[in-house]
Ligand binder design. Structure first.
Ligand code: HEM
Length: 184
């Protein structure tokens, strides 16, 4: 069976916006934390923090929309020639990325609620996450787990990108194209 169908336009747009956000969030996160640890609290560091929080918060709500749509539009089937072990690996990576794309922003939001540091770009303040106690030590624990899981998400995303490139350049099947735009 040849998998020619595509994901809906909404799912494709969500996929690429979220992917772009994650690609910028990780380096911004690493850079701002390293500047903070070096005690460089200038405009650049504060701007990086502000953008990281705003983009990360956006990812959380885009993921909520994506999951709601996904419940109505299940994943497209793969072609029969893909080995079962590869399918299992792909499905596991996809599931873990969905879970982390919810948990990682939630932990960041919980951290800035506990700290508290809810300010983002343009002086706009995010709402506090309900049921989170205030406390700097607790916030730091949340940030540590947030950073660790954020990097885990980055590693999974790299594996996912490598697999997508293999489909596009080596297998030359439709797996990549069905998440892309333009002609099939
Ligand atoms: C998919 C979404 C997100 C990803 C992939 C991500 C990733 C990261 C990474 C890689 C770091 C650096 C960790 C380190 O070097 O220790 C970081 C730090 C941070 N993130 Fe996120 N993040 C996301 C969402 C958010 C959200 C929604 C918020 C808050 C609204 C947030 C707030 C923070 C803060 C405050 C830090 C600095 C923690 C510290 O100072 O130790 N992040 N993030």
């Amino acid at each position: 069976m040849q998998a020619t169908t595509r994901y809906s336009m909404t799912m494709r747009i969500l996929h690429w916006i979220i992917a772009a956000c994650v690609i910028v969030l990780i380096p911004i996160g690493l850079l701002m934390v390293s500047r903070g640890e070096a005690n460089i609290w200038d405009t650049l560091t504060n701007t990086l923090y502000a953008w990281h929080k705003a983009i990360g918060f956006t990812v959380l709500w885009l993921m909520v929309i994506r999951i709601l749509i996904k419940l109505r539009q299940p994943s497209l089937p793969y072609t029969d020639d893909i080995p079962p072990v590869t399918l299992l690996a792909a499905r596991t990576v996809h599931l873990l990325m969905y879970i982390l794309l919810i948990i990682v922003p939630l932990l960041g939001w919980a951290g800035i609620t506990a700290f508290p540091a809810l300010n983002t770009i343009g002086g706009y303040h995010l709402p506090a996450l309900p049921f989170i106690e205030k406390g700097e030590a607790f916030a730091k624990q949340l940030f540590n787990i947030h950073g660790l899981l954020g990097l885990t998400l980055g590693v999974l995303a790299l594996a996912h990108i490598a697999a997508a490139c293999k489909h596009l350049l080596i297998n030359r099947d439709n797996v990549f194209k069905r998440m892309w735009f333009g002609k099939t």
